[in-house]
Design a binder for this molecule. Sequence first.
Ligand code: TPP
Ligand code: MG
Length: 551
Amino acid sequence: MGTIDGATLMARSLKQQGVDYMFGIVGFPVFGIAGAAQKEGITYIGMRNEQSASYAAQAAGYLTGRPQACLVVSGPGVIHAFAGLANAQQNCWPMILIGGASPSYQTGMGGFQEERQVELAKPYCKYAHGVDSIARIPYYVEQAIRTSLYGRPGAVYLDMPDNIISGEVDEDKVVQAATVGEPPRSQAHPDDVEAALSALESAERPLVVVGKGMAWSRAEGEVREFIERTQLPFLASPMGKGILPDDDPLSVGAARSTALREADLVFLMGARLNWIMHFGLPPRFAPGVRVVQLDISPEEIGTNVPAEVALLGDGKAVAKQLNSALDNRQWFYPAEAPWRGTLKEKAEENLAAVAPMIEDESAPMNYYRAYRDIEEWLPEDAIIIGEGANTMDIGRTQMPNRTARTRLDAGTYGTMGIGLGFTIAAAVVHPDRPIVTVQGDSAFGFSGMELETACRYKLPIKLVILNNGGIGGGIAELPTDGPLPPFSLTPGAHYEGIMEAMGGKGFYVEDPKDLRGALDEAMAFDGPALVNVRINPKAGRKPQQFGWLTT
Ligand SMILES: Cc1ncc(C[n+]2csc(CCOP(=O)(O)OP(=O)(O)O)c2C)c(N)n1
Ligand SMILES: [Mg+2]
């Protein structure tokens, strides 16, 4: 038997554990790992910034159902990638970050790009470890992947010193590891399943909140059956969109605030009562709202509002239990319940409130007018990435999702910068599907240079920038004197020129009548395309009863 080097062993171990994609930036000391990964059949995508690489790895993890890898150099490379670790952790998405490290025999000497990486990674992930032996690489990879995937998914970190990467070991000394199987699917206690259904039956104004936990557990079939059978009104969380189609008649997305505020019982299906759901507290929820909570993580149960019934377990398995238990009940929420009328009325009122903006043909256009064309243009099976403030929030309501895991956005952490990383990951994982990204002009700036990556790999992504010349609100033109407002960005900046310069196709639109044509041309183009749309700097969301962070 011969010898094997650490880089090859790392790549082989990752492949064994179902890692098919690696996003990263090479340099000292990780060159060898990227090359070895390609030899082992892992698709390697070289990015332009580690933040984007780390965002790409977690989106690929969410989309494939297995942790995917991010590979970065020591010191600053690892520090940049922490952005992705933290984001993955908050989103409960799996990923494995592999950081190069200074040789272990130089620890503490002030080595090139030396940093206390394991220590610093710890708060942002489920598991962080230094690899201290070449022979045990498969062991560490198995432990990291299993930890990332099992229970509530999250980020993990492995630290790979230079001497471990480039060192060699006799093949017969390698400590082999088992392949991590699919996560075991835990079930809720049958008494709790019955109690949950009884609670729902007893509610006057029930509301189901469908979160991305159900998307992660691939529970779309079971959730659809549950809603069909119970006829309960439901609301999707931002990335829970598509588990049921947004245009399902039982969706109350168009009456979100009323649904949350007036429900007497909320059934959380893989959704959390964090800031996105206004903590489950007044004034956004009724005081004393009853909560039935399905979650994979015991620590999540009761967060901010005590749960009347806890369904602790895997989303898909528990939804199946609920459906089986319904066989003995023959119950569904009645069609004539007044609650349905309240929600329908409010939804119609909200739709009427935005109708004039949707129809407004003035230039530069408002967000709703822009989204009218975007929505009509969006292919049915597109994966949609949204990023920005107004751009993302309005896009959430104006761009429908009809299948699970077709919406990726700034998520639980509210991170600007995920845009191109998520887009590239979606395009790499789903080469068969249209990938459409709608970003604000500020959001685009955080990861814009990844356009080069998209062009280099010939990924036919379609980017739309809603360009209002600023963060949240914009400016119409740069002031000739006085300080620039802190939120300002260059009005009418020609971001489409960056796409052209990298080899893609760019379009600039000022008048709403030109938008659809540009979108169609972008879609027809066989490669990456960007449509830069001038938006009225004063445009915003429809008037809201509560600010977006009102608790
Ligand atoms: C990493 C990070 N930095 C800063 C912010 C603060 N922030 C929230 S939204 C946003 C950009 C909003 O502007 P834009 O993308 O142009 O969308 P618009 O609302 O103008 O349509 C920023 C900078 C953030 N959420 N994340
Ligand atoms: Mg903007």
